[in-house]
Design a binder for this molecule. Structure first.
Ligand code: IMP
Ligand code: MG
Length: 197
């Protein structure tokens, strides 16, 4: 989702505390923790005794990944993958490339992709078939957020933290132009509030 115009300049100068003032909190750390614990318990149940790899999509999913692995009772291995979209915007080009490859052997393993947000679904529509080429036993998808309104490719997550409306989400790993990933809650950019900065 593109954030355009003169307000960008104000945002560029904004720091974490400015954003804390204007940002609308959608989900608090407490809510996120509660949900992560529930999902971790579900994964434990669903894959008891299996070899699990949690595959974190960089960079936005690191905090959600940390929560899931922390609250799981099973000892999962972790790995990282980075997919980059090329072209002016994610939605217009739809061209995805893998810029960081996972290193663990996925053959016959339960691979659970840990994603920050599923938006158009383009990234995962590219990524998931690629992972299948590595011969995993199964590939599941665990996303912190699901933004259904803008879905273009049919992607359904197996585990969903929260549903969100068509807003520009920031915080808890999610960025606006690489910023605000460190906010310890899930927020969104309200452009009318940005005016007041
Ligand atoms: P896709 O449109 O489903 O391919 O989403 C691609 C990626 O865009 C996501 O994994 C996020 O990293 C990023 N993204 C999508 N929506 C938002 C948002 O609201 N805020 C921040 N990043 C987003
Ligand atoms: Mg992502």
């Amino acid at each position: 989702m593109a954030v355009k115009n003169e307000k960008l300049e104000k945002l560029e100068k904004a720091n974490k505390s400015d954003v804390a003032k204007i940002g609308k909190v959608l989900f608090t750390q407490e809510q996120i923790t509660k949900r992560a614990k529930e999902i971790a318990a579900e994964i434990d149940r669903d894959f008891e005794g299996e070899d699990i790899i949690l595959l974190c999509t960089l960079k936005g999913s690191i905090l959600w990944m940390a929560d899931i692995m922390k609250y799981m009772k099973s000892d999962a291995k972790i790995d990282f993958i980075q997919a980059s979209s090329y072209g002016a915007s994610t939605t217009s080009s739809g061209i995805v490339k893998i810029s960081h490859e996972p290193t663990l052997n996925m053959y016959e393993k339960v691979v659970i992709v840990i994603e920050d947000i599923v938006d158009t679904g383009r990234t995962l529509a590219y990524l998931l078939p690629k992972l299948q080429e590595r011969g995993p036993k199964t590939v599941k998808l665990c996303t912190m957020l699901n933004k259904n309104a803008r879905r273009e490719d049919h992607i359904e997550a197996d585990y969903i933290g929260f549903e969100v409306d068509d807003l520009f989400i920031i915080g808890y790993g999610l960025d606006f132009d690489q910023r605000f990933r460190g906010l310890p809650y899930i927020s969104y950019l309200d452009m009318e509030e940005v005016e007041k900065l």
